[in-house]
Design a protein around this ligand. Sequence first.
Ligand code: ZN
Ligand code: ZN
Length: 265
Amino acid sequence: MIEFCMLASGSSGNAVYVGTQKTKILIDAGLSGRRIAAALAGIGVNAGKLDALLLSHDHNDHICGAGVMARRYGLAVYATEPTWRAAESRLGPIKAAQCCRLPNCGSISFADLEVETIPLPHDAADPVGFIFRSRWHAVALVTDLGHTTPYIQRRLQGMDCLIVEANHDEEMLINGHYPWPLKKRILGAKGHLSNKMAAELLSQVVGAQTQHVVLAHLSEYNNTPQLAFTAVCSRLKKSGHLQPGKRLKVHVAARHTPSCYLRLA
Ligand SMILES: [Zn+2]
Ligand SMILES: [Zn+2]
């Protein structure tokens, strides 16, 4: 069994819960400790029972509650060495014994959960995506990347579930109110994936065993859940992955509230 829930998703804060029979971990803590604990309680998980907190990268929307979570619940926090260095001053004091190193392209093992990391192109110190493997299932979490590569596509093959960023609709972003340097950053090779890029990536990596696609990290001003959903569904229909009779389901993660609680048994 592997289960997960998007506790919050987007530039206003990210946190994802991943659990198996014996392991409960949190990926990113980009909202207050209080909100994370409440969101976890809402799906029946006691924050005090978490085994670890893993950080994908050092941007505030992924780490701003990490120091509090570490201190309040005595959590082991895993981050790559450059992410630690970049985030340290914003996390506040965390006991040395709780500061654990994450390889940026490797794996770490918990009781019945294996976590692999994938280096991602994004403008942070050392950003990574994750693959979570239980005995029978594999779930990938890839947000905050400016583009995809053949390497990333290879790593995302064979997943039961794919959580992928669909950050913006290019037209909305280009015509929107953001200042040009910010637009350029988001559109850049180390920015964020557009709906179209997410759709293209998914059409390459969704396989026969894929049951769920979760679209995540949607922009508040440059996207809508409907636009992201439509872009991805129409691409997956075209590639033959989304058809009546096939079990694939596409979900869109909510920004502020827990969503997409999914359990693969
Ligand atoms: Zn982010
Ligand atoms: Zn980021």
